[in-house]
Design a protein around this ligand. Structure first.
Ligand SMILES: [Zn+2]
Ligand SMILES: [Zn+2]
Length: 561
């Protein structure tokens, strides 16, 4: 019996989700075919308000680290941080060839180089429509439109049929570069081998209708630029949104302006995209940011980072008067050509307010149509279902509510109820002759990275949250370990507490409680400093918790003399 072909017919295929199912960000999955693993995207998530001091959040790589010898390749769908930003962390633990478009690789490899991991990484550029063999699997890159050029859906040709991962996508019929979502190829696969399992982007699964074309934004920008003949224009957008940058450059050229980039990632990406032929800037148009003051404001357009209100990005620095290059005035029109991603609304709102204080005109997605989403709405998601006709469906890339509504949409489009699964981070989805089901889990918690401290765990975060919301109570107890007694009454210090009555209560009853507990513990001759520290923490913690109904961080300090 030919065991290889027998295995090929019967081995189940597994899809393992490490992130992105239950939150927007840190997208990472693996497809397991005949025991070999192909990783799809390695993204990061930006921290939320309840993660003080955290710079970014990674997927839990435990499973991938433990199975590093089974990984045959890493496939990148596109160059966004929530898909490639975690590569430089994963590559510390495993080495495998990394496949993606020239742009996705250009953006990802920059970070990997910065992290000093170039030796670990072998990048393989793939073209639209190309199929590469990764381990036992044929992997096909299908063009899709999104808010970064050269994005791909991926078709995995497996023994259990074709699995299509949509990547992040929209169906833009008039894209800036004319490169459309290749619906024809999806239809061809559907009508020949059929699509066994579809995994698709759920970000806009609650939004009715269709996402507008990127070129609609270009038309709005041209009108804005042409109408402001006496003003300098500062335009902020995502540094990876090169089609937006192209349209800003086009509007600038049309209105007789030079263009200067501001922000490191903006400068890097513009250089990269020009080299790859993705961005076209006429000769003589780009000028250095340090020379803009030698032009009349009406001749200048600055393309800047910071459209999400990030405190250290160029736009925020300008707004707070800390920019080395730009001083704002009423001769500036600032265009924020983006929409705040959830969690950033407050930061963007503050920047908009500061810009008004400088007398700037502020144009943003709330008052002009200067932004469109990169993700498919319900109309486009329905088209994808209609063209791909999947037997099984798992929604990906979204918060729980997005996944929920996307699954309902798929069911309304004909996917049988039992054939659509709502999987979450850590789930192992098994696909075999019998169908699809969740079978087992892998670790998939948040991994927090603090730029200053490196990895931080839940305990540290909990400490920071308590400090931020409840403050700190410290007690200093000086003991004579020979005489087995206190040298003086304990001293209590608080931080982040206001009420004088609370301070008074701590200074009298609180001190007495701690003193009594420590004295009692000292009666046991075996009690050392460590044990006394525990006694003092427990006594003060209980007092603060039960008597004062607060949860402050308790810091006991025992000084032995
Ligand atoms: Zn994306
Ligand atoms: Zn994404």
């Amino acid at each position: 019996m030919n065991s290889a072909s027998c295995m090929a017919e019967t081995t189940p295929v597994r899809v393992i989700f490490f992130g992105g199912l239950g939150e927007i960000g840190r997208n990472c999955a693996a497809i397991e075919v005949e025991g070999r693993l192909i990783i799809v995207d390695v993204g990061i998530m930006f921290p939320e308000a309840d993660m003080p001091g955290v710079d970014l959040v990674l997927p839990d790589f435990t499973y991938l680290r433990e199975n590093a010898d089974r990984v045959d390749g890493i496939v990148l769908t596109h160059g966004h941080e929530d898909h490639v930003g975690g590569l430089s962390y994963l590559l510390r633990d495993l080495a495998a060839p990394i496949y993606g478009s020239a742009l996705a690789i250009g953006i990802a490899s920059h970070r990997v180089r910065e992290a000093g991991l170039s030796d670990q990484a072998r990048f393989v550029e793939v073209a639209d429509g190309e199929t590469v063999t990764i381990g036992p699997c044929e992997v096909e890159f299908i063009a899709v439109t999104h808010s970064v050029p050269s994005a791909h859906a991926i078709a995995f040709h497996t023994p259990q049929g074709v699995i299509v991962h949509s990547g992040d996508f929209k169906i833009d019929l008039q894209p800036v570069d004319g490169r459309r979502t290749n619906l024809a190829r999806f239809g061809e696969i559907a009508n020949t081998t059929g699509i066994r399992l579809l995994l698709a982007d759920s970000t806009n699964a609650e939004e009715l209708g269709f996402t507008a074309s990127e070129t609609d934004v270009g038309a709005v920008l041209r009108v804005i630029f042409l109408a402001r003949t006496d003003k300098r224009i500062i335009c902020a957008c995502f540094a990876s949104h090169l089609h937006r940058i192209q349209q800003i450059v086009d509007a600038a050229v049309l209105s007789g302006r030079k263009v200067a980039t501001l922000g490191r990632s903006m400068q890097n990406n513009v250089e990269l995209a020009r080299r790859l032929g993705i961005l076209t800037v006429p000769d003589g148009t780009l000028i250095d940011i340090t020379t803009i003051d030698s032009y009349d404001p009406s001749q200048i357009c600055v393309v800047s980072t910071g459209s999400q209100g990030e405190p250290l990005a160029a736009l925020s620095l300008m707004a707070s008067g800390q920019s080395r290059f730009i001083e704002l005035s009423d001769r500036d029109a600032v265009v924020i050509s983006a929409h705040p991603i959830p969690g950033n609304e407050w930061g963007v709102g503050r920047v908009i307010d500061q810009l008004h204080r400088h007398g700037c005109e502020v144009i943003h997605s709330g008052n002009h149509a200067v932004h469109v989403s990169g993700h498919a709405r319900r109309g486009e998601l329905s088209i994808l279902q209609s063209v791909t006709k999947p037997e099984y469906f798992v929604p990906v890339h979204g918060e729980y509510r997005h996944l929920f509504h996307h699954r309902e949409l798929a069911q309304s489009m004909g996917v049988a109820k039992e054939n659509s699964l709502l999987a979450l981070d850590g789930d192992i989805v098994v696909l075999d002759e019998k169908g699809i089901r969740i079978e087992g889990h892998v670790p998939a918690g948040y991994l927090y990275v603090d730029g200053a401290d490196g990895d931080v765990d839940h305990g540290i975060l909990r400490d920071r949250q308590v400090l931020a919301t409840e403050g700190l109570v410290m007690v200093v107890v000086t003991v004579d370990l020979e005489a087995r007694d206190l040298v003086a009454e304990p001293e209590i210090i608080t931080r982040g507490w206001k009420a004088e009555s609370a301070e008074r209560m701590l200074a009298s009853e609180g001190v007495d409680t701690v003193a009594a507990a420590v004295r009692s513990a000292l009666k046991d001759p075996a009690t050392d400093i460590d044990a006394l520290t525990k006694v003092a923490r427990r006594a003060l913690g209980r007092f603060v918790g039960t008597k004062m109904r607060r949860k402050a961080m308790i810091v006991p300090v025992i000084v032995g003399v």
